[in-house]
Each structure stands twice: as structure tokens, then as C-alpha cells.
Design a protein. Structure first.
Ligand code: ZN
Length: 604
């Protein structure tokens, strides 16, 4: 049985010392390797690059390890217990790796635990030790690793049934703020790490989180797949993200997004946090247990390709906000505003007309997780477009079945057939499940939505559910959609359009990206160019967009820009602004059929 001991050995240098003991490595020696990626985040991250040193010994003395590849070592056959000690550098403040300083320690097992090949299926044991005093005296531990010794939140010994489980319970240690709530009889804990604003509204946060968790637990049905659940939350100035695990999630959020007593109840930062909580919690079922066959088991040595991330991330994204609504935390109007923002994000990405979500899923490793300045032209997010496909599939099933089916039935089917059995979902498994429920295949739908790049007709689909679709140009750079503009649509249409995303920097307006087919493209401008003057006057940052917006479409403008250190001039003929901003409104007088469908869908 592999036994690990983790010591936060040097807080200032960000070092964990990890000791692995294996009593009987076997007659052929032992191969040890560290994963190159962490499940849930589809990028090869090369965690072994943070191993600063590695040494081995057995009962007969030092053992010399042979390098096999970038992440693998081999120990020759020896005598008695093999002990391998690694020093690991932990200074990545994200949910995907490891971080250690004098305020806290956090790690995923994929960053620390060498895999003893051939022993993956055996039980694994971990001893967590506190850092050297004085810090160690005050530190506690929050993890869902099953405990063997020590009381709640104490350092001690833990056990996992196998290596796969070992690396699926990240560990937080430090002086975090801790609170608990119960949802549908399941104990939930929250550990908040980082400096918080004073006056945290813990009661509100706990009540809203409990309502969201309870709604999802009821949806998938008892018994819950996990005995307990933990939210590990890292609170920073600016940041947003999460990673799902079988009984916990690690979240990164901004200080501003945690509610304080007296805060605006309609805070968008807090709404984003609740959406994230709901998203990661839904993954407890969808991707942690209902999994692509390509992930059963995970191959931790290389990329694992699937065309289904549009379902596992996209449909999870569809349900995340929907469950905040179903939990009674948001109104239907608020939900529709956020849905309209998702539409706007997709409609502003011309890459949707080039890349299918099946391809976006497959190429997540080299495209979505490695976006460059051309990403808007080249790619579509399997999260946002995937969430819209989830919506389209939900509404289509409701309409086609006369209300007897919905996406909920597909989730229930997958939970029974795949989640509870551990059978991976085949690449065509979603379509097969839909066809089985509906009694006929929806091939044309999947061809268009998943394997095609055209826009689906959401306006007429939503009209059948008593929701009006409004499309118009953006009202400035801060307009994310979902709300009425500050001026008339006629005035928005009279604003000249450049077709580039602009940031401040380099002493002018830096073009972060240039949309294909836009006036900026036609004028020969490129991402990275720094525009310093328009029609002879200096310009900086987003002011460029406002200045050009004051001119009508068709107007020619002289721009002066630097590309690297070379000055160039371009004449831009401004275009008409694209109708890329979406609003969704509850139809005040829907037909009785549309009203009934809307009530079944939104409860409103
Ligand atoms: Zn996700």
C-alpha cells in the first residue's frame, strides 16, 4: 500500500516535502510518475516541472532512480521498503495545482503524489503534517479525503480507496473561515481562505448555497452520490474559476463577490459566484460520475480527447443558472438577463461560424486552453455555445413531446444508465439517449447544433415559450446584452464600427484582436497594433471606439499606428455596427400554449 507524508516544509520558499513509502515494490522494480494534467482542466500542465529534487532509499541504503521521461522515474528492484522523497515547488495560485506560503497551503494530489505504477488500484494512505511552528499551531485542514485519525479539521491520517480517488480530494490548510450547512440531509462545509471584507453575510451565503445544493440533490434523487461535500474557496482581489471533484470543489473568486451585510442584493459579482457554485456542484453528477467513455479511466500521461465537452461543460453551464432560478434565488427576469448575456457572448464571436462545438471539445487542449489574439475568429467556447445547445435541446424536447419530455429526462436517463453504473458515455451516447427517450433520432438537430456552424433559430424557439428575442447593436464597450440600451436603437445603428477589441497600452489604443471581415481587417490593421492618432488627433485606449462611434458608417478615417517600433498609416472606412447584442423579454401576453410551456420551463 503506497503511504504518503506531506509536510509544508518551507513556507517562504513554497516547498512541500512529500515522502512516499512502498513496503514491497515488486521484483521488477517500480515505475513512478506524476500526472501531466489534472482532470477537469484540459491542458497538459507538466506538473513534474515543479519537482525540485527527488531521492530514494530502501532498507539497504540509497537507491539510484533512472529517468524514463519528463514525468517518470524507475527504481530498480531492492530490499524492503522503498522510500521516495520529493521536494515540490508550490506557487501557483489557481485551483489546478499547488500553492504554499505563510498564510495557507493548498494542493491537488496531481501536483504532489507520484503514482506507483501497478499499485494504482490499491488503497493509498496520506499523513498530513502541519508546518513548522509558530504557524503550525494555528493551522487547520479542510479536505474530503476520508479521515483515518484526528478530529474534524485537524491534521492527521487519511485514506483513499485507490490512486484515482487520492488525487480527487484537494487539500486546504491554514486559518480559513469555516461554516457548515445541511442540504437534503447531506453535510456541507465551506472553507474561505484569504482576506475577506468585513461584515460577511454568512447567513445569506449559506442559505443561498443550501437552496441551490438542495434543488440539485432533489433533481438527481437520493441517495446523494457523496457522503459529504466541501467548498474550498480562495478569495482574492480579482479572479474567477472553479474545478470540480467527486465530493468537493475548489473555487477562486473575488473579494467583492462574497456578500456583506448591507450589499446591493442585485450585485452581479455575487450572482457570478452563485452561478459558479451551482456549476461546480452540478459537475458532482455531470462529468464526475456521468463521464465520457474517453475518461474511463483517465490517461494521466497525455491528452484525452472527446467531442463531448459541449455536453459536459456546456450543458452544466445551462443548468448552473437554471438551478439558481429553480432554487428560488433569482427571478425569471433575472435568469433571462443572464441567458441573454450568454447569447450576446456567442453572437459576438465570429469563430462560431468556423468551429463546431464537437471540434472545440476535441481541440480544447490546444485551442480553448491556449487562446491567442485570433481566438475570436477561430474558435467558439464549448461552455457558452454548449449552454445554448442545452437550452435548444431542452426547449425542442419540451415542444416535440408536448411537454412530457425535457432535458431533465435526458439527465435522469444518463444518471441511471451511466452515472450510477460507471459506464462511460460513448461519443454518440447523448444522441442515442435522446433518441431512446423521444422514440426517434434528432439527427438534424445534432447535425446543425453540434456538427454545424450556423446559428440556430432561437427567436422562433423562444417565442413558443413566451419569450421575446430582441437583437440590436451594442451600446458601448460595457454593454454585455440582456438590458435595454441607454439610447434608441436607431442611434446605435448610426454609430461607425471598427471591428477591433481595444485596450489601453503602448501609449495609445492597443488592438487586442481584429475581427475578420471588419473595417479594421480591410484597412490592414492587426492585433498588437497600437493606434496613436485618429484623423490627426492623439487617441488612447477605449476612447478610440467612442471617437469612431461618433462618426457615421461609411466615413473614412485616417489612423496612425505602431506595429512593433514601425509607424504605419491606414485609412479605415467605418462599417455599420453588427446586431450582436441580445435581449430576452417575458412576453406580457403569450398564447395559452406558450404560457403553459414557459411555466413548465421557468416556473414563471
Ligand atoms: Zn465546468
Amino acid at each position: 500500500m503506497p503511504r504518503y507524508t506531506v509536510t509544508p516544509s518551507d513556507l517562504a520558499a513554497h516547498h512541500f516535502t512529500v515522502r512516499l513509502e512502498l513496503p514491497a515494490p515488486g521484483p521488477d522494480g517500480l515505475t513512478l510518475s506524476l500526472p501531466v494534467w489534472i482532470p477537469g482542466s484540459y491542458l497538459v500542465r507538466e506538473f513534474a516541472r515543479n519537482i525540485l529534487s527527488i531521492a530514494a532509499a530502501d532498507d539497504a541504503g540509497p537507491v539510484s532512480l533512472r529517468r524514463v521521461d519528463k514525468a517518470t522515474w524507475w527504481a530498480p528492484p531492492g530490499t524492503g521498503t522503498l522510500v521516495v522523497t520529493t521536494l515540490v515547488y508550490a506557487w501557483d495560485l489557481s485551483v489546478r495545482a499547488a500553492h504554499l506560503d505563510d498564510t495557507h497551503g493548498y494542493f491537488n494530489g496531481t501536483s504532489l503524489f507520484l503514482r506507483a505504477q501497478g499499485h494504482e488500484g490499491a488503497p493509498h494512505e496520506v499523513r498530513l503534517l502541519p508546518p513548522p511552528s509558530p504557524a503550525g499551531a494555528a493551522w487547520q485542514v479542510a479536505t474530503t479525503l476520508p479521515r483515518v485519525s484526528g478530529g474534524p479539521l485537524e491534521f492527521g491520517a487519511f485514506a483513499a480507496a485507490d490512486y484515482d480517488e487520492l488525487i480527487d480530494h484537494p487539500v486546504e490548510m491554514g486559518t480559513f473561515r469555516h461554516f457548515a450547512f445541511t442540504a437534503e440531509g447531506v453535510a456541507h462545509e465551506v472553507a474561505l481562505t484569504g482576506v475577506l471584507r468585513s461584515g460577511l453575510d454568512e447567513a445569506r451565503l449559506a442559505a443561498d448555497m443550501a437552496a441551490i445544493c438542495a434543488a440539485q440533490l432533489r433533481f438527481f434523487g437520493a441517495p446523494a452520490p457523496m457522503p459529504r461535500y466541501l467548498f474550498q474557496v480562495m478569495v482574492v482581489g480579482e479572479g474567477y474559476g472553479g474545478l470540480e471533484h467527486r465530493a468537493s470543489t475548489s473555487l477562486l473568486c473575488s473579494r467583492q463577490s462574497l456578500p456583506c451585510v448591507g450589499d446591493d442584493p442585485a450585485s452581479e459579482d455575487y450572482a457570478n459566484l452563485l452561478g459558479l457554485v451551482s456549476h461546480e456542484y452540478f459537475h458532482t453528477w455531470n462529468v464526475k460520475r456521468i463521464k465520457p467513455a474517453a475518461f474511463t479511466p483517465y490517461d494521466l500521461t497525455r491528452e484525452n480527447h472527446t467531442t463531448l465537452l459541449w455536453f459536459f461543460e456546456g450543458v452544466t453551464s445551462y443548468y448552473d443558472d437554471l438551478f439558481v432560478l429553480r432554487a428560488g434565488v433569482w427571478s425569471a427576469a433575472r435568469y433571462l438577463r443572464r441567458l441573454a448575456e450568454a447569447f450576446t457572448g456567442v453572437w459576438r464571436t465570429p469563430g462560431r461560424l468556423r468551429q463546431t462545438v464537437a471540434d472545440a471539445s476535441f481541440d480544447a487542449w490546444t485551442k480553448y486552453y491556449r487562446q491567442d489574439e485570433n481566438a475570436p475568429n477561430a474558435q467558439i467556447s464549448y461552455y457558452t455555445k454548449g449552454s445554448l445547445i442545452g437550452l435548444a435541446l431542452d426547449l425542442t424536447l419540451r415542444r416535440e413531446s408536448g411537454g412530457s419530455l425535457s432535458l431533465d429526462a435526458v439527465m435522469a436517463h444518463l444518471w441511471a444508465e451511466n452515472g450510477q453504473t460507471g459506464v462511460g458515455v460513448a461519443e454518440d451516447g447523448i444522441e442515442v439517449a435522446v433518441a431512446a427517450l423521444l422514440g426517434r433520432p434528432l439527427t438534424a438537430f445534432f447535425d446543425a447544433a453540434v456538427r454545424g456552424t450556423g446559428d440556430l433559430d432561437f427567436a422562433s424557439l423562444l417565442a413558443d415559450f413566451g419569450v421575446e428575442w430582441v437583437q440590436r447593436p451594442a451600446d458601448g464597450v460595457a454593454d454585455k446584452g440582456g438590458k435595454a440600451p441607454g439610447v434608441s436603437v436607431e442611434r446605435l445603428r448610426a454609430r461607425g464600427w471598427l471591428g477591433a477589441k481595444v485596450t489601453a497600452g503602448g501609449g495609445g489604443a492597443r488592438l487586442a484582436s481584429v475581427l475578420e471581415g471588419s473595417p479594421a481587417h480591410a484597412a490592414g490593421l492587426s492585433a498588437g497594433d497600437v493606434v496613436i492618432a485618429a484623423d490627426g488627433l492623439r487617441v488612447e485606449g477605449a476612447e478610440l471606439i467612442a471617437r469612431l462611434g461618433a462618426l457615421p458608417p461609411g466615413q473614412a478615417v485616417e489612423l496612425v499606428a505602431f506595429r512593433r517600433d514601425e509607424l504605419r498609416r491606414a485609412t479605415v472606412v467605418l462599417g455599420a455596427p453588427p446586431e450582436d447584442t441580445i435581449e430576452l423579454r417575458l412576453d406580457p401576453e403569450p398564447s395559452p400554449a406558450a404560457r403553459a410551456r414557459r411555466e413548465a420551463w421557468l416556473g414563471a
